[in-house]
Design a protein around this ligand. Structure first.
Ligand code: ATP
Ligand code: MG
Length: 251
């Protein structure tokens, strides 16, 4: 791993990049995953590399939706496993929600590695290695899923997800919670709830809210009422546009 000086003003972003490069070297992250991360970094930069108020509102609604779902599943890919396995496992235990590995560029080897990482962080059951169902409307290996996981879920939490797959899950009648730094993406615009934030922060914030909202039915209701996807995405796009017009303070 490259040493990132503690004093570097953009240390956190560079550390995330290092985690991804390490995940790539370990066969966890697909080469395409590195490119997807670069796109995410760009949107994060334009946001000022911080969690916005809108992202907090969305994360709170996401936590409320997870807590009220009867069969929630967290879909994990290589980037997510490399970036925030601790946050994934703790959120899954807190809600609780099942974990299923879903890969766009599917290989048994990569699934095995991702599964080992999640189990190494305490996940008791990770689905996805033996898919026995398909997501209707998708072709190829990205349609594969497991019956007891994503296929029968009423809510799926996806992060850094392909737009087609997110839409296909919505078309199945599921609630979809998406974490995606691109407010313009098809994933962001098709999901039921979209958290526009860096995935590590988003998962941590959703878990924090879930802990707070657990057992608080009125709080859960308020969190869901307060969130409107299109308003939320518009506010974030306006923020990005303003940052691109007036510039950000230099880090
Ligand atoms: P879509 O198909 O949804 O229109 P896309 O094809 O651009 O969008 P992909 O490349 O399939 O999307 O998925 C990657 C998405 O994840 C991108 O929108 C990117 O901005 C986002 N992303 C990448 N890294 C992160 C990260 N660390 N945290 C949150 N989002 C990220
Ligand atoms: Mg795509």
């Amino acid at each position: 791993m490259t040493m990132i000086p503690k004093s570097h003003p953009r240390r956190e972003s560079l550390m995330l990049r290092e985690r991804l490069v390490e995940g790539f070297a370990d066969g966890v992250v697909a080469p395409q995953g590195l490119i997807a991360h670069g796109r995410g970094e760009m949107f994060y930069y334009v946001l000022g590399e911080r969690t916005t108020k809108e992202a907090r509102i969305a994360a709170r609604a996401a936590a409320a939706a997870l807590l009220t779902a009867s069969h929630p599943v967290i879909s994990v890919n290589g980037n997510v496993a490399a970036l925030c396995p601790v946050e994934v496992v703790s959120l899954s235990q807190l809600v609780p929600a099942r974990i299923e590995i879903g890969l766009f560029h599917r290989s048994d080897e990569r699934i095995t590695r991702i599964q080992a990482i999640l189990e190494g962080h305490g996940a008791e059951e990770v689905l996805g290695f033996l898919p026995d169902e398909r997501i209707p409307g998708l072709d190829g290996p990205r349609a594969m899923c497991s019956e007891e996981g994503i296929h029968s879920a009423d809510l799926v939490l996806v992060a850094l997800e392909d737009g087609d797959r997110a839409k296909a899950l919505v078309d199945m009648g599921k609630k979809v919670v998406a974490v995606d730094l691109n407010p313009l993406s098809r994933t962001a615009r098709n999901a039921t709830i979209t958290v526009v934030d860096e995935v590590t922060s988003a998962f941590a914030e959703i878990a924090y809210c879930a802990e707070e909202l657990k057992g608080d039915d009125a709080g859960i209701r308020r969190a869901l009422e307060r969130y409107d996807r299109d308003d939320n995405l518009s506010a974030i796009m306006a923020l990005m546009a303003a940052n691109l017009t007036t510039g950000l303070p230099l880090p």
